[in-house]
Design a binder for this molecule. Structure first.
Ligand SMILES: Cc1cc2nc3c(=O)[nH]c(=O)nc-3n(C[C@H](O)[C@H](O)[C@H](O)COP(=O)(O)OP(=O)(O)OC[C@H]3O[C@@H](n4cnc5c(N)ncnc54)[C@H](O)[C@@H]3O)c2cc1C
Length: 310
């Protein structure tokens, strides 16, 4: 089996590189943004299939990730936690398809619902502290001999390896000729964690989507989902709205100190692209378009990439 190049050092590229290395391949990661500078570093880090398709594969990939995150949650230094929380619903017929992948979920009790929520699902899911986790992924890769090269890949035929995994997030299409990727802008504010462990997701909040995800030292609060927007500067007005919504949901966060703020562009596509084609004299395996669920789908997709690279 020959060497493999992986373009991208976000959660998808690093997980693919690690799985390939675990499978015995010699891997080189090529990326022009370090893990801490990627969209992946902005993610809230909750396992949840948000804005990703197709539904059947999303469930299959998500299940594989759940299983791997479960074991990572009991390994120190990974940044992965396994925590109970609640997904709130404000309509009578919410999409519950994701619960098929989640053992042990239950309907929320009335006392657990804030005003305006008509129902909810309580369950335990992986929560990933992305700064710690991306560093852990990179170190795990390096321990298995994965090489890292910093720089932009302009064309696939400039890559030395005959097999190339394109895991370049929103910019993947520049390499594969795919014009169907679109950004979905998300803004978050990270608050000092006053000791919370329980997460809450309130995507249908009429004032705008809202979530609070306690990780280690911080609680990631969001959010927004602006299709087509590319502005990377945090908007103070948007942040005020996020803080107001989150403060209503979790009063303990009302006085929490702001640690940092960030914007990321989710790599959205009508469906995740995961396939193998011959292109520019290379075997090209595409793995991109994970929308708002790159962390959620990472291990499942990486597992398929290993199969396609065999
Ligand atoms: C606000 C927000 C909250 C989110 N919350 C969650 C969540 O809770 N759970 C979840 O599962 N998902 C979440 N997501 C979605 C998740 O962040 C993305 O799906 C995921 O980060 C995509 O990862 P990626 O590795 O494909 O891309 P990226 O993280 O963007 O990484 C792309 C990599 O490719 C490299 N690259 C690109 N083009 C080239 C090139 N030509 N040459 C060299 N290198 C190149 C870049 O340098 C970078 O290293 C969230 C996203 C946002 C914005």
């Amino acid at each position: 089996m020959g060497d493999v190049a992986v373009v991208g050092a976000g959660v998808i590229g690093l997980t693919c590189a690690l799985r390939l290395a675990e499978a015995g391949r010699r891997v080189r990661v090529l990326a022009d943004r370090r893990p801490s500078e990627t969209v992946s570093a902005v993610a809230g880090g909750l396992w949840f299939p948000y804005r990703a398709a197709p539904a059947d594969l999303v469930l299959r990939w998500g299940r594989v990730s759940l299983s791997r995150f479960r074991s990572l949650a009991s390994t120190s230094g990974t940044g992965v936690y396994w925590r109970e929380g609640i997904v709130l619903h404000r309509s009578a017929d919410p999409d519950l398809s994701w619960t098929a992948a989640v053992p042990g979920h239950r309907p929320a009790r009335a006392a657990e619902l804030p005003g305006g929520a008509v129902s909810g699902v309580v369950c335990s899911l992986p929560v990933v502290d992305m700064a710690v986790y991306l560093a852990w992924l990179a170190e795990s890769c390096a321990r298995l001999g994965v090489e890292f090269r910093h720089g932009t890949v302009e064309r696939l035929d400039a890559v030395a390896q005959r097999t190339v995994v394109v895991a370049a997030g929103l910019r993947s299409g520049e390499l594969t000729g795919d014009t169907t990727l679109e950004p979905v802008r998300g803004q978050v504010v990270r608050l000092a964690n006053p000791g919370l462990t329980r997460w809450v997701v309130d995507d249908d909040n009429p004032a705008g989507m809202a979530y609070a995800i306690p990780r280690g030292e911080d609680v990631v609060c969001g959010g927004t989902a602006d299709e087509g927007a590319r502005d990377l500067a945090p908007d103070p007005e948007v942040e005020r709205g996020v803080l107001a919504r989150v403060g209503d949901l979790v009063p303990a966060l009302r006085d929490a100190r702001v640690l940092s703020r960030a914007v990321g562009l989710r790599p959205a596509r009508r469906s995740v692209r995961l396939d193998r084609v011959a292109l520019d004299g290379r075997v090209v395996i595409s793995c991109y378009g994970h929308g708002g669920a790159g962390v959620t789908l990472s291990w499942g997709c990486a597992s398929d990439v290993v199969g396609l690279a065999a």
